[in-house]
Design a protein. Sequence first.
Length: 303
Amino acid sequence: MSIFKKSIPQRKGLRLLLGAVLLAGTFFSACTGVRVSPISTLATEEHQVGKFVWFDLYTDDMEAIVPFYQELFGWSFESVHFGSRQVKTIFLDGVPIATAVLSLPLDKRFKESRWLGYISVEDVDQASKIIEENKGSLRVRPKNLPDRGRVAVATDPEGALFGLLSSTHGDPVDTGFSENRWMGSELWTTNLNAALSFYGKIAEYEHRRVGIGTEADYLLLEKNSIPLAGIVTITWENVKPDWLPYIAVSNVVEMVKKAEKLGGKILVGPDTEMPNGRIAIIADPAGAIFAIQELTLGKGEEQ
């Protein structure tokens, strides 16, 4: 992601649309009292405050997205049945990494498919109070999900959607970045300093400004000098503030070709001249947007 000093591509017309605000509410209402998977297979009892530790995929086409992610990243999907809704836990190598939720159409004004990332906090209720005191809004008020923990969903003052999570058994052990796993999330904002102030009050981030070789300013959000997320200033047309999740891959160029064959849409293609890791932004077959970034460039690989 940009926290690894990538060069942000200058593309006009890329749309990161706020969506699933209503969908998130119906999902959590349905999930109350329902057993969903914990976010870690080990009871660590530790919270990595400020890190994005879980992701939900809200989709209006489960049949299309399951084979897409299975073939692209090697993820597996295990069904969770309750009522008439369809929910699947997503695994990589037997480890839970996300949840996919079939979202029934509620409002045609909103995009029906999107990824939603959850920031780890020790106290969801306190963090929710801070959000409301600083011009953010709660879309789903704090509630408990059995085995998962206490959760809430909010928007920041510019409307960017994110979740809060205090996991019941602790967060997964941080083992660094590896192929086909989450790298974190990046906030696209029109006001870098205001975003830093808002999220800093929630998770008490350290921050560091880095140069990325473009007109866009960039901030790293860190704890103990470890990057946890990034904030970039939007300089493009038709781009709304939102959080963009990143997935690590071994070869961005090959993954882009594969994603297209599987029905994905490439919104921003890889720049082969980038020295510090290629990136691409992709919409899955149902329209949910995510980014991929190359971990390293091997010797002899095309530059």
